[in-house]
Design a protein around this ligand. Structure first.
Ligand SMILES: Cc1ncc(C[n+]2csc(CCOP(=O)(O)OP(=O)(O)O)c2C)c(N)n1
Ligand SMILES: [Mg+2]
Length: 292
């Protein structure tokens, strides 16, 4: 994305903290993800007055409140659509989406492929706790099949979705995975996403000690494995093979894939330029010009 940097003294992580108290439960992984976001914003020198943080609904979707930035707490599952519009209207801003596995892959699942295929120039940080935390513990698309929850008292029937494979399949141009217990690594991955021009997807495992007793901090720690140092991040096939290692097998941590491709706002600009600058303000003129 076009990083909106400040010419003044570089800001520190603490400068990105808002005055709103963080209300998550003690031990929630989201605290680690928030720390990683602060550190990434400072490292990428993002100007808070040029930062728009967009979210849906969920514990994780409260994140924008805790960040010193412009923000929109939108409808459940609709953050991606609102963020796409924000980025198109204001390509000078750094746009981020923050939300959960339920928000992104249940109710918001219809928006996910479009952000990826359109290569919207923004960074999506998905906090995956394998549960609906805010509504107190329902099965989500990333829950393990055997998980007992209020909506699956005997365990569920479904295998979990593979978010990394999903994003790679639909054309995301930056795909990475981290774990809330390793905020330093997460900060690096988010910083890379902020600096990437195009749609960056950063998936972060984040334990929910209140409602997901299966996916504990220790469980995540035991299954994450660093992406091998010789992995070629430009090789989609290798990235997909790593992603396929299994959402609940050993999970790769690090950058899986990176590609340079024209972004949605660049392609829109090409269309506007191709119509002699008419597009965007005189629909009838364009229709007449395109008429055979
Ligand atoms: C249209 C609509 N449907 C359902 C809800 C109820 N609801 C609020 S948050 C949520 C799920 C949150 O889970 P997730 O996105 O994983 O975030 P977490 O709380 O786990 O961080 C649901 C179902 C809602 N607010 N709006
Ligand atoms: Mg969740």
């Amino acid at each position: 994305m076009s990083l909106a940097t400040t010419s003044k003294t570089p800001l520190k992580s603490r400068d990105y903290k808002s005055k709103v108290p963080v209300v998550w439960c003690p031990g929630c992984g989201h605290h680690g993800v928030l720390k990683a976001i602060y550190d990434a914003l400072a490292a990428a020198e993002v100007d808070p007055s040029k930062l728009a943080c967009i979210s849906g609904i969920g514990c994780s979707s409260r994140t924008p409140y805790f960040i010193n930035s412009y923000k929109m707490h939108t409808l459940h599952g609709r953050a991606g659509a609102v963020a796409t519009g924000t980025q198109l209207a204001r390509p000078d801003l750094t746009v981020m989406v923050m939300g959960g596995d339920g928000d992104g892959f249940s109710i918001g699942g219809g928006h996910m492929p479009h952000m990826a295929r359109k290569n919207v120039d923004m960074t999506y940080v998905l906090f995956d706790n394998g549960i609906y935390g805010l509504t107190k513990g329902q099965y989500s698309p990333t829950s393990r099949r055997e998980m007992k929850s209020y909506t699956t008292p005997y365990g569920g029937p479904d295998d979990p979705l593979n978010p990394l494979l999903y994003m790679l399949t639909y054309g995301a141009t930056y795909v990475a995975q981290g774990f809330a217990g390793k905020p330093g690594i997460c900060a690096e991955l988010i910083k890379g996403g902020l600096e990437h021009k195009g749609f960056s997807y950063v998936h972060i495992f984040s334990q929910c000690p209140s409602f997901n007793t299966l996916d504990t901090n220790d469980f995540y720690r035991s299954r994450i494995e660093m992406v091998p140092p010789d992995h070629d991040v430009t090789d989609l096939g290798s990235a997909m093979a790593l992603a396929r290692m299994g959402h609940y097998g050993s999970a790769p941590m690090g950058l899986l894939y990176k590609e340079e491709r024209a972004t949605l706002d660049e392609r829109m600009q090409m269309i506007i330029d191709g119509t002699g600058g008419h597009a965007g303000y005189d629909k009838n003129m364009i229709i007449n010009e395109l008429r055979p």
